[in-house]
Ligand binder design. Structure first.
Ligand code: GLY
Length: 377
């Protein structure tokens, strides 16, 4: 994939007060990135909308109310609908409660849903919108870094079941996504750091400038009030937008967004989902880089750069558990990855910076050697 030209879109970057950049996702919808652009969410709803369900968590109630005020100003009715935090939002019971709210208020096909919250809330809101009357419009307002640069963009929606994560869902592209970088000021630092795992991933697969910006000053990059984070969000959104516009349903190119995720997902699973997703992806990126190097695909200095960049942000770059059964569990979890084809494990690896490729069926001793490399960080 060619390097997306991020800064070309606007004379004023999205970090400038009042400046908002619109990143198109193909011809389908725009992602707004800016400061103070939360108010614009209501204006991006379909023209004929009469009722809007604003799905949100308790922690972002004020932001949801701001969106609701905008909805009412344009003459539509707004219903605030609170859901539990994090993965607690992604259950069949929570989805059913949202369907009931839509049913009680007689929502029709021309009405809409807005998701205000982290990735779990936008996944749920998108799924509720995808399934109500076989699909109504959704506008996504992510309030976490991971939500802005990954979950809310690209139309993947879903909930969890007792059998696994995201097993029930639909591809349902939003009508618009609004990333107001100012809302990140109240995000706990650990959440911000974890969200950087996906930002760095986008840098390695498609946007070297992202890595340079982080390397120039990791602390500045992490400052939600500083000049760099908004540009990083915009660059990540551009990478994701280019990929999903070309391959919404993950038949091929979209797999590159899973760089670092084969081991990362396995790690999350064996650790009982106690790790933040972005932290597991960080270790997964180090694993994928080591595997690529051991397979003779990824240059050694590029593999080492993964560790340096991620560690500079405070992300974990090592994982070790000497128990043989832990490695067996990780391997079994990697075999269940959705990129696998039958018994053949498939990984995304880098042939060079911003040149992702596939590694099919690597031998088990190579997988194990990469695990040993990750133990050392
Ligand atoms: N998070 C990876 C994707 O949206 O495809």
């Amino acid at each position: 994939m060619a390097e997306p030209s991020a800064a070309a879109a606007a004379a004023n970057g999205p970090g400038e007060p009042g400046a908002t950049v619109r990143v198109p996702v193909g011809c389908d919808y725009d992602v707004l990135v800016g400061r103070g652009c939360l108010r614009e969410a209501a204006a991006l709803l379909p023209e004929r909308v009469a009722k809007v369900l604003v799905v949100h968590t308790a922690s972002v109630r004020e932001l949801a109310e701001t969106v609701a005020v905008g909805v009412r100003e344009r003459g539509a009715a707004a219903y605030l609908h609170e859901v539990p935090d994090a993965e607690g939002a992604k259950t069949p019971a929570v989805a059913a409660a949202a369907w009931s709210a839509l049913g009680r208020a007689d929502f029709t096909r021309s009405d809409a849903v807005v998701g205000v919250g982290g990735g779990a809330v936008t996944d749920l809101a998108g799924f509720v919108a995808a399934s109500w009357l076989r699909g109504v419009a959704v506008v996504q307002v992510p309030t976490s870094l991971a939500g802005m640069v990954d979950a809310a963009v690209g139309g993947k929606t879903g909930i969890n079941t007792p059998e696994g994560k995201n097993l029930v869902g639909a591809f349902h592209p939003p009508a618009a996504v609004v990333c107001d970088v100012d809302v990140l000021r109240s995000l706990p630092r650990a959440e911000l750091v974890a969200g950087m795992g996906e930002v760095v991933k986008h840098g390695f697969i498609a946007d070297p400038r992202t890595l340079e910006l982080v390397e120039a000053g990791p602390e500045v990059a992490l400052d939600p009030a500083g000049p760099v984070l908004a540009e990083l969000v915009e660059r990540s959104v551009r990478v994701k937008a280019a990929v999903v516009a070309a391959d919404l349903r993950e038949s091929s190119l979209r797999e590159i967004l899973n760089y670092g995720h084969t081991f990362g997902h396995a790690l999350e699973q064996v650790e009982g989902y106690t790790w933040r997703h972005g932290s597991a992806v960080s270790v997964g990126l180090v694993y994928a880089a080591a595997l690529g190097r051991l397979a003779g695909r990824t240059p050694a200095d590029l593999a080492a750069r993964h560790t340096t960049v991620l560690a500079s942000l405070g992300l974990p770059v090592a994982y070790s558990d000497p128990r043989a059964e832990r490695w067996a569990a990780l391997l079994a979890a990697m075999r269940r990855d959705k990129k696998s084809r039958g018994a053949t494990l498939r990984f995304v690896v880098l042939d060079d910076l911003a040149r992702p490729g596939r590694l099919e069926g690597p031998p088990e001793d190579l997988l194990r050697e990469a695990y040993a490399a990750v133990a050392q960080g």
